[in-house]
Design a protein around this ligand. Structure first.
Ligand code: SAM
Length: 216
């Protein structure tokens, strides 16, 4: 994702009806905000919004929140949402590191992580959205039966993430190293922007689904 500084992007964010400027104020009140008691699904690192817009259009009975760190990228998602006007979709321009300040314990029912930044240098491993530190944050905000879906073409990040899972409250319940040729896991798959780009180059797409470890 090219991070250009688009003049005025911040202002568009604050004025858009599709962004929440103070997500901390909605902590524990997201369902109230949407005006229903539907499940709440999050996409972290939502980028230009292709995936979450399609999902939200397909599932009007689920509330969606897309979280993206950079205004210049999120701007594109807001332009699409301006056209689509989906009442069950809203965005946060914010850092996932603060996710436990945005959502109450057990408030979210699903988290999507799509083509998360790999942060290849070891000293930045904690910034990877599948690190044990992030998994601990997701453990706070996810409901009891909540799950996490992660996909990426980056095999190094994927293998590293597989090894992080046992260090968390979660376990892997489904995994594939070639999503597009795995009929059951690929059923209903919605391609993200990065997924389209990298699978067109011939890269295989990895995916895993995590749930909380079953207590013995
Ligand atoms: N999910 C999209 C896709 O699959 O096409 C975009 C993938 S892009 C490689 C990763 C996105 O995650 C970028 O837009 C980046 O700004 C965002 N991101 C990275 N770290 C983040 C964080 N801590 N909080 C929120 N967004 C983050």
């Amino acid at each position: 994702m090219r991070l250009r500084n688009i003049p005025g992007a911040r202002e568009v964010m604050t004025e858009s009806p599709w962004t929440v400027n103070e997500p901390q104020e909605l902590k524990g009140k997201w369902r109230e905000h949407f005006g229903n008691s539907n499940p709440l699904h999050l996409e972290i690192g939502t980028g230009k919004g292709q995936f979450i817009l399609q999902l939200a259009a397909l599932h009007p009975d689920i509330n969606y929140v897309g979280i993206e760190k950079y205004s210049s990228v999120l701007l594109r998602a807001l332009e699409k949402q301006d056209e689509a006007q989906l009442p069950n979709l809203i965005f946060i321009r914010g850092d996932a590191e603060l996710i436990t300040e945005y959502f109450e314990e057990g408030e979210a029912d699903k988290i999507y992580l799509n083509f998360s930044d790999p942060w290849p240098k070891k000293r930045y491993a904690k910034r990877r959205l599948t690190s044990r530190e992030y998994l601990a944050r997701y453990n706070v905000i996810l409901s009891r039966e909540g799950d996490i879906e992660f996909k990426t073409d980056n095999r190094d990040l994927f293998d590293w993430s597989v090894e992080e899972v046992p260090e968390s409250a979660f376990e892997i319940i489904r995994i594939t190293y070639d999503l597009h040729h795995d009929p059951s896991m690929n059923e209903g798959n919605i391609m993200t922007e990065y997924e389209e780009k990298f699978s067109a180059k011939g890269n295989l797409i990895n995916k895993m689904i995590l749930k909380r470890k079953q207590k013995e």
